[in-house]
Design a protein around this ligand. Structure first.
Ligand code: NAD
Length: 290
């Protein structure tokens, strides 16, 4: 299948590489200079989309997605599918889907979970919103890039699921980091802390699969000087999306609100910008109560 892939960053690059390995013809475009084995690079988003049966986008936010969609939709062939895997606000997802459908295209919002490890290993979870036909068209590609795809409902439903998932992720990472920092101050060895919690009721993805303590648990960004991985800025973006959604749906989310405030402080007034979201641990190490 001919696939256009726009946005080949930390996540998009390994996802595109897996499509190539599975035998697909992938034409890519990114604002930055990118080289991926087997991916032919085009010199615009529209050029990457021309003649593609499926166009996948993996971009930083809703504003950029809307701009890119404005370029690629007119270049796409009727009946082709636009599959956005970025994490964006529900309104942008719905607006892009409406624009694509009006142009005779299929549209799916299909944000992912699993991080850069999941993208590289082809073990992402896709949460998808769109029509049955659109989901069916994208499903074989989800199978290559991921281990599971859940069709959550109509346009925007994938983003709604993603925002809820990442609110849990942000809150859990903070809880895991503050618990490690407390354990340090109580004189507990970090490896022992991991051995206990990862097999006890405090276990979580942030502890077991993405441990914020260097040298403990499986390899994670903590072992690479907290280079992202999943940047703290992107975590803050997702927490803001969750709080915007909570406000518009009149949902009470106090932990999500506090997680947003902590990541905002970390990224905007401390040294969190450009670091992995698990770099909350060195932040807590330095701090005292109060
Ligand atoms: P990234 O910043 O590494 O990649 C984004 C890419 O988009 C960059 O290469 C950038 O040059 C490119 N880009 C920006 N504007 C563009 C434009 N107008 N046209 C073409 N390319 C453009 O980010 P990432 O970590 O790959 O994340 C991408 C998306 O996936 C985000 O929405 C993020 O929230 C989501 N996500 C990330 C992770 C993760 O662990 N990194 C996990 C799940 C979801």
């Amino acid at each position: 299948m001919k696939i256009g892939f726009i946005g080949l960053g930390n996540m998009g690059a390994p996802m595109a590489a897996n499509l190539v390995k599975a035998g697909h013809d992938v034409v890519g475009f990114d604002m930055a200079e990118v080289k991926i084995d087997g991916v032919r690079m085009a010199d615009s988003a529209a050029a990457a989309a021309t003649g593609a049966e499926v166009v996948i986008t993996m971009l930083p936010n809703g504003e950029i997605l809307r701009a890119v969609a404005g370029e690629v939709i007119p270049a796409m062939t009727k009946g082709a599918a636009l599959v956005d895997c970025s994490t964006v606000d529900v309104d942008s997802a719905r607006a892009v889907a409406a624009e694509a459908e009006a142009a005779g295209l299929l549209a799916v919002d299909a944000p992912v979970s699993g991080g850069v490890g999941g993208a590289a290993g082809g073990t992402l979870t896709f949460m998808a919103g769109g029509s049955e036909a659109a989901f069916a068209k994208a499903a074989p590609l989800f199978e290559i890039m991921g281990q599971k795809a859940v069709h959550c409902g109509d346009a925007g439903a994938g983003q709604a699921a993603k925002i809820c998932n990442n609110m849990i992720l942000g809150v859990t990472m903070i809880a895991t980091c503050e618990a490690f920092a407390l354990a340090d101050k109580l004189g507990l060895d970090r490896q022992k802390m991991f051995d206990v919690v990862s097999t006890s009721s405090g276990y979580s993805w942030t502890m077991n699969a993405y441990c914020p303590a260097p040298g403990v648990g499986p390899t994670s960004p903590a072992d690479n000087d907290y280079k992202p991985g999943f940047a703290a800025d992107l975590m803050l973006k997702d927490l803001r999306l969750s709080q915007q959604a909570a406000e518009s749906a009149d949902a009470d989310t106090p932990m999500g609100q506090l997680a947003q405030a902590l990541y905002a402080q970390f990224v905007e007034t401390e040294d969190g910008k450009g670091r992995d979201f698990s770099a909350m641990l060195p932040r807590f190490e330095k701090r005292k109560r109060g």
